[in-house]
Design a binder for this molecule. Structure first.
Ligand SMILES: O=P(O)(O)OC[C@H]1O[C@H](OP(=O)(O)OP(=O)(O)O)[C@H](O)[C@@H]1O
Length: 177
């Protein structure tokens, strides 16, 4: 079948991504402890969460790890406006600080739902960190506590970001629009 998709254009090369992740680890390490539960939002957040937790370890912070599996885009380029929850936390988080990690903050609906689930589970504090934040015309709540990169308002692929399930493994972040 002929592929009519546009060619991805590199916006943020992997070397810049690595520098941004190391800088995030330096900023986050002082405000968490080793009992903090890093919580990746599957699927797209996997690549960033793997890098950030290892960057935290390099600065002496070895935190717990869990996952929430949420989806709102499916194969579309725009949010369906509703979040499907495919899998909850694996372990209890009651009384623990939770650090939610995701690849991109766009409408903000996914992060808001993750924060709601963590609070409902009894987390003592919920911090949020996204690698990329896209601009949005209206206020989003909550805004992430930590942001790596202010992205342009373009459709992004790579570093976990997908186009209908593909291109997540590109090491650079690219625009595909
Ligand atoms: O701020 P929002 O508008 O909610 O968009 C951000 C979310 O969208 C993507 O997830 P998606 O629902 O596509 O699932 P995926 O993680 O499987 O890619 C991305 O990984 C974020 O979790």
């Amino acid at each position: 079948m002929a592929d009519t998709s546009p060619t991805p254009t590199v916006l943020l090369p992997e070397a810049d991504i690595a520098r941004i992740v190391a800088d995030l680890a330096d900023r986050i390490a002082p405000v968490i402890d080793d009992d903090t539960v890093a919580t990746v939002l599957l699927t797209g957040g996997l690549w960033f969460a793997a890098d950030l937790t290892r960057a935290l370890s390099r600065v002496g912070r070895n935190i717990r790890f869990d996952a929430l599996w949420l989806s709102s885009y499916g194969d579309d380029k725009t949010s369906r406006g509703q979040i499907n929850v495919y899998a909850p936390f694996q372990r209890p988080i009651a009384g623990r600080r939770v650090l939610i990690l995701d690849d991109v903050f766009d409408t903000g609906l996914s992060l808001a739902e993750a924060v709601r689930i963590a609070k409902e589970g009894g987390a003592s504090e919920v911090l949020t960190c996204v690698f990329a934040r896209k601009p949005w015309p209206k206020p989003r709540a909550p805004e992430p506590d930590f942001v790596g990169w202010e992205a342009p308002n373009r459709f992004l692929v790579g570093y976990g970001l997908d186009h209908a399930g593909s291109l997540r493994g590109l090491p650079d972040i690219c625009a595909m629009d």
